[in-house]
Design a protein around this ligand. Sequence first.
Ligand SMILES: [Ca+2]
Length: 215
Amino acid sequence: MIPANSNGGLNVPKSIKTFVFCFSLIFVATIAAAQNLVINGTFDTTTSSWNFTTPGTFTHSSSLDADGNAPLSGSGQLANSSTAASGTSFAAQCITAGIIGSTNYDFGAQIRFDTNNTQTGSGRANVVVSFFDGPNCSGNNVGGSTTPNFLSSNTNIWTQNEVLAFTSPPGSLTAQLSLWTVKTEATGTMTVNFDNVVFGPAGILPVELTSFDVE
Ligand SMILES: [Ca+2]
C-alpha cells in the first residue's frame, strides 16, 4: 500500500511517476502517428493509393526522399508535360474515414522542384483539399483549402508546404487531397517531387514529436 503524504495525497514513488510519464508520452506519440489519414504519404516503395490525372507521369523515385533515407524510402515524382500554358496535372487520393464537418484539420507535404526543369518562368505546386458531403468523394463539393504557392524557381530544396487548422465545411464526409502542379509554359516538362504528405486533426503539424529525455 502507498502511504498518504501530509497533504492527504499519495506518496507515489518517483520510479512509478517516471514510468507513468514515459508511458503517457509513448501513448501521445502513438496517437499523433495514427492521426495521419493519408495512405502512403511517405512513398516508401510505390505510388500506390494515388490516382494521377495527366498530362505527364507520376512515378516512384527511389533516389529522392525528403528525410534523406533513400533508397529505404522515396517520393512521388510528378512530371507535368502539359502542352498548354498554365496546364495542370495532379495526383490525388480520397480520404474516406475520419472526416467530420466543422472540425479543424492540418494538411501539407514536403515539395522539391528538380534542378533540371526546362521551365523558365515560375510554375507552382500546392496541396489542395476539397471536402465532399457524399461517400468516396461523391455528392457536392462543399468547400476546401489550398496551401501557399510553392514556385519552381526554388530548386533542389525540400520545403514544407502546409495549411494549419482549416475548418472543414459543415456536412463534410470525405475529402480529396491533391498534389497539384501548374506549369506556366506551353513547352517542356516541369518535374516536382512530393513526400511526407499529411492530413489529420489540427495539431498533427508541425511534426516535432520524435524523442524525449526524462530528467
Ligand atoms: Ca519518403
